[in-house]
Ligand binder design. Structure first.
Ligand SMILES: Cc1cc2nc3c(=O)[nH]c(=O)nc-3n(C[C@H](O)[C@H](O)[C@H](O)COP(=O)(O)O)c2cc1C
Length: 331
């Protein structure tokens, strides 16, 4: 009896839904497929989750794949973060993977006690342009720009000690040389648009301060930061609360006030004047001078190549970074 009531109730509800679907004129799907048309909305709602857990592979999602997220979750809980049974990435057929093939009679691996176990760079930085302090970097793998301020004192100290132990270069990032960069590693000093560590009281570039900063540490090269992939076309703002006495002193900015990193340089304004600036820095310091930029519009690079072609002016190295568009949330 109860069952018959329940079935009757369900049939009445379905009937009412079907009538409503047929009468309404807003959704063609429901009018053409009364009742079952609703399944599509439900599938659309749970689709992302279904794709995430069932369809998408461990390597597919952005900005972090499932494999990367799993590694982060395990590491943050101090659980085992080793993955067994090899990688599920198709390293041989997708770009950007270095892989090692098995060799039956392999050379002996260098031990930690062997002095020269890093792979030195094939290039003499500044050599082709005859810079007074041209040198061959001791390692092809180096630490890329990350400022003190964006990273903590402990992190910079650890990177610097690690770089010293590995014989590689440590790029200061645009936040100038901090005491934590002085733990033995050779440095690449980065100059950003705010000229931290080498600016006058109006925020303009100061060669005198740059020379003082360079003389105070084992600096081997200068990198002019033109742009960074993460914030295309934008400057940055260091809010007053983050301008501690220590940061203010290191960067040469007033304490406790907002500090803007403009979106462009004031020491030069086009490729031609940039090359003059590069040559002036190299002449005054003797160091190799490079640029760092995301590769976006090709015009800049074409003009750089054109103006370097007569070989009178030129950058000594180029650090490139992937350009990223600002993320757009879809849901
Ligand atoms: C915490 C942090 C701070 C950074 N600071 C700078 C910086 O001061 N100057 C710069 O040119 N790039 C900076 N970068 C960008 C890195 O140097 C590098 O170009 C970027 O992380 C891309 O390399 P990756 O794919 O190996 O991470 C920073 C990156 C991070 C994560």
């Amino acid at each position: 009896m109860r069952l018959r009531h329940a079935v009757g109730g369900a049939a009445a509800t379905l009937g009412a839904v079907a009538v409503r679907d047929l009468v309404q004129k807003k959704h063609a799907l429901r009018r053409n497929f009364p009742i079952i048309g609703h399944a599509r909305y439900w599938l659309e709602r749970v689709g992302p989750e279904l794709r995430q857990y069932i369809v998408t592979s461990n390597e597919e999602e952005r900005p972090f794949s499932r494999d990367q997220r799993t590694w982060i979750y395990a590491s943050s809980k101090e659980q085992n973060n080793y993955f067994g049974f090899g990688t599920d990435v198709d390293v041989e057929h997708t770009q950007g993977h270095a892989y090692i093939k098995q060799r039956t009679f392999a050379d002996k691996l260098p031990s930690d006690h062997d002095a020269n176990w890093t792979l030195p760079s094939a290039k003499v930085l500044g050599g082709p342009r005859g810079r007074a302090k041209a040198f061959r970097p001791g390692s092809v793998v180096n630490v890329s720009a990350m400022s003190f301020g964006s990273l903590s004192s402990n992190a910079i100290t650890a990177l610097n000690k690690g770089a010293a132990a590995a014989g590689c270069l440590h790029n200061t990032g645009e936040g100038a040389i901090s005491p934590y960069h002085r733990n033995g590693a050779e440095l690449v000093v980065q100059i950003g648009t705010a000229y931290f560590g080498c600016r006058d009281e109006h925020g303009q570039f100061s060669l005198e301060r740059l020379k003082e900063m360079i003389a105070s540490a084992p600096v081997r090269a200068i990198e002019i930061k033109l742009s960074q992939g993460a914030k295309p076309g934008l400057g940055g703002l260091l809010p007053a609360a983050k301008v501690t006495p220590e940061i203010a002193q290191i960067r040469g900015i007033p304490e406790g006030k907002d500090c803007a990193s403009p979106s462009r340089h004031t020491a030069f304004h086009d490729v031609d004047s940039m090359l003059d600036f590069v040559e002036m820095l190299a002449e005054e310091t003797g160091l190799p001078v490079g640029i760092k930029s995301a590769v976006g519009s090709m015009e800049f690079w074409e003009e750089l190549a054109r103006l370097m072609e007569p070989r009178q002016r030129g950058v000594d190295f180029i650090t490139s970074t992937a350009a990223r568009a600002a993320p757009v949330r879809r849901r």
